[in-house]
Ligand binder design. Structure first.
Ligand code: FMN
Length: 178
């Protein structure tokens, strides 16, 4: 299901002691979500279950971040990332998300699980500035080259700051504002 909602500048915030949780299959179809997810998204639970997780995708998010998310999960790793999401009414909410793989007793991957908490406002400012540059580059590059160009910007920032991986970079931001 594609999201036809128009974004507004109204921010929704979650409490420090809340977690937004959801589970998906390996295609990103929502199979579980908690009450905080339902409230922050502004959708009825019925509208969320069984639909692609991009229902809360915000147009300000660079495509390269989701490419990295899926590549990382498909390689068997977990990922931690800052994400701007969009509610049903067009409002937005930033999260710091950790996405892991669900495995059965035999270690076979059965899906993905995401736990999100409220990010520090200063971390959001840093990340939003980087995402803005990536998004502009994606728009200028056109659909075919967008992800490649924007991934390069992201990885250049990671490398220039002395980190080997995106996760190291994210944790440096988390620790900076602790
Ligand atoms: C467990 C899990 C949680 C996800 N959570 C989000 C999320 O909160 N917001 C989001 O935009 N995409 C999330 N995604 C990624 C979406 O499935 C999708 O790749 C992304 O929204 C980009 O959609 P698009 O390719 O249609 O633009 C999640 C994926 C998984 C596996």
């Amino acid at each position: 299901m594609k999201n036809k909602v128009l974004p507004t500048n109204v921010e929704r915030t979650m409490a420090e002691n809340e977690l937004i949780c959801s589970r998906t299959d390996m295609k990103g179809i929502i199979t579980y979500c908690n009450e905080v997810f339902v409230r922050m998204g502004g959708y009825d639970r019925d509208e969320l279950m069984g639909v692609q997780h991009n229902i809360v995708r915000h147009p300000d998010m660079p495509r390269a971040v989701f490419k990295l998310l899926w590549d990382t999960l498909h390689s068997g790793q977990e990922i931690t990332a800052y994400v701007k999401n969009m509610s049903k009414d067009g409002g937005f909410y930033w999260v710091l998300a950790n996405v892991t793989l669900d495995r059965d007793d035999n270690g076979v991957v059965t899906g993905c699980y995401s736990v999100r908490r409220k990010p520090h406002p200063s971390a959001v400012q840093d990340v939003a500035a980087l995402y803005r540059i990536m998004l502009d580059a994606e728009r200028n590059a056109g659909a075919r080259d967008a992800i490649e160009v924007s991934t390069k910007i992201l990885l250049d920032v990671v490398t220039k700051q002395g980190f080997k991986t995106y996760d190291e970079f994210v944790f440096s931001i988390i620790n900076k504002y602790r």
